[in-house]
Design a protein. Structure first.
Lengths: 298, 654
């Protein structure tokens, strides 16, 4: 039974290493924005509570095994079958733990609904920007409706600015996950959803789809590049001046199932702003004879 | 024309793939071997009379368990293939399509065709004996349940070599699993295979509910039942409420795929998310269906090998009841990340965490059963003891996943994969292994070798931790489930290597266990007493293996731990001593076997949309059922002389 103890100690030690030392490799434990930070705080809080439970249970477990694991252990009592006080105690302890977890959980859930508060509170209110993110089999489209530009498989955001992400899917469902900036949210066909991200510092944050969507799923990673305000504006200007436009033809090509590299477009067909819903509807429709006699037997 | 036929055959037989050729060859070879052995030893008749047509719950239980072990092997091979592919970055051992098929079959097989039959098998073996009954309430239906499960599993496994396996995950989310994004027979196999097995399971639920409620030995009130029987009763209840949802969900998606309906498509107002809801309204209770019987087994084993009463019997029962109720109101935690409002996520976060309360109560009751005991470290007990810390980790990470905002970071990552394996292996599989060693003598009349048992335990248990603990960290590093490959430079490789080593270690542990089964069958200690462990419950009151009618006289029960009480009072002889009365038993029947295979062909027809096959096979199924309803001579009496003969052969009469 000693091995069990050693093992658990090993686990704890390992976790401590991750918490202190090389956390930059462990994305979830390396939050780089207020959204991920709130989630990180909950994770650590729950981990502490869980560690206490593990310690408590293991102490009792090892004690009874050592104390009563011998042939002639003293205090053997085959009729010992209950103890109201003890049983009440270990009903109440889990209840308390659940309450200690539930309260911050609910608070955080409501907190995450609105835009995050800027990390370095300069007092000035920062205008959020909006990016429309669409997962397509098997790539990510990022559209900046205000700036009028579009990118594929990467996006640039200004630091310390709340970014409203509007999520949509064409084709299968995916999940938009940038662990260092924010926990994930699904992209679903015909069900637009919102989430917020924000980066405290300039940097390159790796994201990927977390929900399986078919053959090219493993290649659905993307980068979120956070830049200083001025650099963001410069980037937008540069894109508008130097990159090609996204034509309707090219857009339709993008919607075909395939993997893709990073791309940048100075504009996108304006008709998509209005027609997008219809286009999506069309793309998500079955082709007329689909479903009935797909390729069985041919 | 010829080109058409060629193209068809190439899809149908999944040509051009060495892995599949390998499977083809091994299937054909094992078929030939089976046919040869049966013919050579003239065992066809024996097979038909003793097994294929049996309606004896004990034998059905054994068949379930053999099937479960085979499926554990198949699912385990799948797991090792997956691990081989993602040990190092950018491997080319499996391509994306292959990998997707393999994790889908692995998950589906492990849950539906390994965990489920293992549990139902144990229920068949132990429940009638524990309650002092001669069989289940509906033995014929029981056989039909088994054969439906069996053909469902066969149909699902067939997909690998004929037509191609399903590839949308064991959760089969729409729209990915819809006809548009996933054409071809693969997903149909999933839908029809699960449908057949699911109907069988539903019937099992009804059967065991009736059995436990109506067929207990005189004197055994509900609160004197053994804990495994309690867990089986509650499990049956969950089955009866949950499985109809699966049946309906599968049927709707089948109609979508086969007949172009739109329940789960965007077009024409369908809703893909409805599938997620239906699937998990069944799926979450399902995870309790596979864990509660394991809880029951741990209670039996821990009490038996602590040589002490179970601590907090009533609390154990009520906590299971509470868990079963809560299991129906938490399903949404599987999609916290699908854009629900804060209020909805709050409610489901809290209801999920609440399950930790009754579960915690159970853990402490097990610990206090050990307390003041005289603990005997048998192999069965080792599995039960290892369950406590290993399941604890799974349970607590489950609570961490229940915290919705934190789940946004864990969801669909390897953290989740690690969590559900901690509970499924640390709970269900450890439980089934404990039960296997515990009830083996009752099934086969000899005990499994303790030394080999302990070796396999330590190898498996340590490897299990080497395999799954690092997964938590890989998940926190951002690795998601279902990735068939990962790029270099993310720092994921070292842990992935460790994980794969652990996976192969578990494989070795399993091989030792199988070798133990072989060794013990040949040389294992025979159990003459019927009570090798100093048992407390009625299954130990009869012979090992139990005779056809279980008990010559139905035992009378006065307390919980009924057999222990009899031993203390010295009245154990009463349930085997003369005078006897003729015993009423149901007849064997080949109809469940035939009906199930007809349904297999109907299912196969649906998979390929070959209605010329599906419709006649379905009609023939109806015909078998009609014949059955006009069968009046479906039981017989075992005469007193035969009972006397059997009883004196077991040495219980003198
Ligand atoms: C040798 C033991 C096992 C190993 C090494 C193993 C390994 C794995 C791995 C690596 C995955 C993730 C694949 C991926 O997402 O890319 C997986 C998925 C899964 N495993 Fe296991 N597993 C084992 C046993 C089991 C058992 C005993 C069960 C159930 C009782 C089980 C149930 C599942 C399920 C439900 C999935 C999810 C499949 C899906 O994503 O659709 N596994 N397993
Ligand atoms: Cu669940």
């Amino acid at each position: 039974m000693k091995r069990l103890t050693l093992k658990s100690l090993g686990v704890l030690a390992l976790f401590l290493v991750f918490l202190t030392g090389c956390t930059n490799k462990v994305a979830v434990l390396n939050p780089q924005g207020p959204v991920a930070k709130q989630q990180y705080d909950l994770i650590i809080w729950s981990f502490i509570l869980m560690a206490i439970v593990v310690a408590g249970v293991l102490i009792i477990f090892i004690y009874v095994l050592v104390r009563y694991g011998r042939k002639n252990s003293k205090g053997y009592d085959p009729e010992d079958e209950g103890n109201a006080k003890l049983e009440a105690l270990w009903t109440i302890i889990p209840i308390i733990i659940v309450i200690l977890l539930a309260v911050p959980t609910v608070k955080t859930l409501y907190g995450l609904e609105g835009p995050p508060k800027p990390a370095n509170a300069t007092g000035k209110k920062v205008e959020p920007i909006t990016i429309e993110v669409t997962s397509v089999d098997w790539k990510w489209l990022f559209r900046y409706p205000k700036q009028g530009i579009e990118t594929v498989n990467y996006a640039v955001i200004p630091e310390d600015t709340p970014v409203k992400i509007k999520l949509k899917a064409i084709g299968a469902m995916n999940s938009f996950w940038v662990p260092e900036l924010a926990g994930q949210q699904y992209t679903m066909p015909n069900m637009p959803m919102n989430m917020w991200i924000q980066a405290d510092h300039p940097g390159d944050y790796l994201g990927r789809s977390a929900n399986f969507s078919g053959k090219g799923f493993a290649h659905m990673s993307f980068h979120i590049l956070a830049k200083k305000d001025a650099n963001f504006d410069a980037w937008v200007k540069d894109v508008k001046a130097n990159k090609p436009a996204l034509t309707m033809e090219k857009y339709k090509k993008l919607l075909e199932p395939d993997i893709a590299g990073e791309m940048t477009f100075s504009s996108y067909p304006k008709v998509l702003d209005k027609k997008d819903a219809a286009m999506e509807q069309h793309m998500n429709n079955d082709d007329m004879e689909g479903g009935m006699n797909h390729d069985s037997g041919h | 024309m010829i080109a058409d036929i060629k193209a068809f055959l190439s899809d149908f037989l999944v040509l051009g793939d060495p892995l599949i050729y390998g499977a083809d060859i091994s299937i054909v070879l094992s078929m030939v071997a089976i046919v040869f052995v049966l013919s050579y030893f003239k065992k066809w008749k024996w097979l038909w009379k003793e097994w294929l047509t049996t309606i004896d719950a004990k034998k059905i239980g054994i068949m379930y368990i053999i099937a479960a072990l085979l499926m554990l092997f198949r699912g385990g091979i799948d797991a090792l293939l997956m691990r081989s592919q993602i040990t190092f970055p950018n491997e080319g051992f499996l391509d994306s399509q292959h990998y997707n098929e393999i994790f889908t079959t692995h998950g589906t097989i492990m849950i539906l065709f390994m965990a489920m039959p293992f549990i139902v098998g144990m229920m068949n073996v132990a429940v009638p004996l524990q309650i002092g009954a001669r069989d289940v309430a509906f033995p014929y239906l029981n056989a039909l349940s088994f054969w439906l499960f069996f053909v469902g599993a066969m149909l699902f496994n067939l997909s690998f070599v004929i037509g191609g396996s399903p590839d949308a995950g064991w959760t089969s989310y729409t729209p990915l699993a819809g006809a548009k994004l996933d054409p071809g027979p693969g997903e149909n196999y999933y839908l029809i295979g699960l449908q057949l097995a699911g109907i069988g399971t539903l019937a099992t639920g009804v059967n065991f509910m009736a059995t436990i409620l109506k067929m207990r030995a005189p004197g055994m009130t509900l609160f004197k039942m053994p804990m495994f029987t309690w867990s089986s009763l509650i499990t049956s209840l969950i089955i009866v409420f949950a499985f109809p949802v699966l049946t309906v969900a599968l049927a709707l998606l089948t109609i979508d795929r086969l007949f172009g309906a739109h329940f789960f498509t965007i077009a024409s107002g369908g809703s893909p998310m409805m599938w997620a809801n239906l699937f998990w309204i069944w799926g979450h209770p399902e995870v309790y269906i596979v864990i509660l019987p394991a809880f029951g087994i741990f209670s039996e084993v821990i009490s038996t090998f602590s040589h002490k009463k179970l601590f907090g019997y009533k609390a154990m029962v009520w906590s299971m009841v509470l868990i079963s109720a809560l299991s129906f109101v938490v399903w949404l935690h599987h999609f916290f990340t699908m854009g629900n409002t804060a209020a909805v996520n709050s409610v489901f976060s809290i209801s999920t965490m609440a399950i930790a309360i009754p579960t915690g109560v159970k853990i402490f009751n097990w610990l206090f059963t050990l307390n003041k005991g005289r603990i005997e470290f048998s192999t069965a007990m080792l599995w039960a003891l290892a369950f406590i810390p290993n399941f604890l980790i799974g349970g607590l990470t489950g609570v961490m996943l229940a915290i919705a905002p934190a789940d946004y970071q864990y969801h669909n990552s390897y953290f989740l994969v690690a969590h559900f394996h901690s509970v499924l292996i640390g709970g269900t599989v450890f439980g089934m292994f404990a039960a296997l060693h515990y009830w083996w003598p009752k099934m086969f009349g000899h005990v499994l070798n303790e030394k080999l048992g302990k070796i396999s335990f330590w190898i498996f248990m340590v490897s299990f931790n080497i395999c799954f603990l690092p997964m938590y960290f890989v998940g926190l590093m951002g690795m998601t489930r279902r990735m068939y490959t990962y790029p270099e430079g993310l720092g994921w490789m070292p842990l992935n290597v460790v994980i794969t080593i652990g996976a192969f270690g578990m494989g070795i542990g399993f091989i030792v266990m199988v070798y133990n089964i072989y060794w013990s069958a040949r040389y294992g200690k025979r159990d003459k007493t019927g009570d090798p462990w100093g048992g407390r419950t009625l299954e130990w009151a009869t012979t090992s293996p139990a005779v056809e009618y279980n008990f010559a006289h139905i035992p009378k029960v006065e307390t919980a731990d009924a057999f222990l009480h009899m031993k203390e009072k010295g009245t154990t002889g009463q349930i085997s001593k003369a005078p006897f009365k003729p015993i009423h038993m149901p007849n064997n029947s080949g109809k469940p076997f035939i009906q199930a295979w007809l349904m297999f062909f109907a299912g196969f027809g649906l998979v390929f949309e070959w209605y010329w096959l599906a419709i006649p096979a379905a009609a023939a199924t109806m015909l078998v059922m009609a014949f059955r309803s006009f069968e009046y001579h479906d039981h017989h009496y075992i005469p007193v002389e035969e009972i006397e003969r059997t009883e004196s052969a077991t040495g219980r009469l003198n």
